[in-house]
Design a protein around this ligand. Structure first.
Ligand code: FFO
Ligand code: ATP
Length: 222
């Protein structure tokens, strides 16, 4: 019998892990969302963040609503992903406030309506919390299969690698005043962890993953 291809394996894992998170009860979802918020408050990587991209919960994903309320209460600017209207497969990050008018995208996920002055360029964000379907012990991320985050964040990941190189400032001749690239942090239920994911060349591994109970730092792998 033929071995399954990487794409087949990834699709099968995607199905399994989507079912797994969708089978959580409403009570379990609410508990997880509250625990995530309490956990967030203890995390050193979020200290000083002023502009944070996050997501509108869909498909059994870890709910971000209590966290978003908390970010607003701290006067931290919140941004949500919006499907790019011209560049297929890319995301824009648009300001989300209590007054935002929302519209469902092609996948039924609510997005703030797109107004140019409300877009935050990716490099001006401090943290990007990404949704994910499954993650493994190295920080590899399996998403919904559209490649949106992989495409949009490809240059951020390359830049972060550069910045962790001690000779970066000399090589690129940039002043230390230049803002760092945003920190990429995956958000997930604990049950979304697996041992090892089959990866593809375009996958962007995550340096950090936060669950309601655990904080993973994968920067030593990068
Ligand atoms: N909450 C949230 N927002 C997000 C993402 C995400 O994963 N979660 N995305 C992360 O990239 C982008 C949207 N990507 C998505 C890709 C596929 C499907 C989806 O439901 N696919 C259906 C098939 C739909 C169709 O073919 O029309 C499916 O697989 O059942 C949803 C979102 C941007 N916003
Ligand atoms: N940087 C990129 N440039 C061009 N195509 C890409 C890039 N990243 C991903 N893709 C394409 O997107 C498709 C889906 O990729 P993948 O299965 O890794 O998505 P995903 O990480 O699960 O989804 P998402 O990031 O939207 O949550 C692949 O067919 C791949 O060819």
């Amino acid at each position: 019998m033929l071995e399954p291809t990487t794409t087949q394996l990834r699709n099968s894992l995607r199905q399994t892990f989507r079912e797994r998170r969708k089978s959580l009860s409403l009570g379990e979802q609410q508990e997880a969302a509250e625990a995530l918020l309490e956990h967030y408050k203890t995390l050193p990587i979020t200290t000083g963040a002023k502009r944070v991209a996050i997501y509108m919960t869909n498909d059994g994903e870890l709910s971000t609503l209590p966290l978003i309320d908390f970010l607003w209460s701290q006067n931290i600017e919140v941004y949500l992903p919006v499907l790019h209207p011209f560049c297929d497969g890319y995301l824009l990050f648009v300001s989300y406030t209590k007054d935002s008018l929302m519209l469902a995208n092609n996948f039924g996920i609510l997005e703030p309506i797109l107004e140019c002055h409300k877009i935050c360029p990716v490099l001006e964000l401090d943290i990007i919390f990404t949704p994910l379907v499954a993650f493994d012990e190295k920080g590899n991320r399996l998403g919904m299969g559209g490649g949106f985050y992989d495409r949009t964040l490809e240059f951020v990941s390359k830049r972060n690698k550069c910045e962790s190189n001690p000779s970066f400032n000399k090589m690129a001749d940039v002043s230390t005043q230049q803002k760092n690239a945003p920190t990429l942090v995956g958000l997930a239920h604990d049950i979304q962890q697996c041992l090892s994911l089959p990866t593809e060349a375009w996958d962007i591994p995550l340096p950090y993953i936060v669950t309601p109970t655990r904080f993973f730092n994968f920067t030593h792998n990068m």
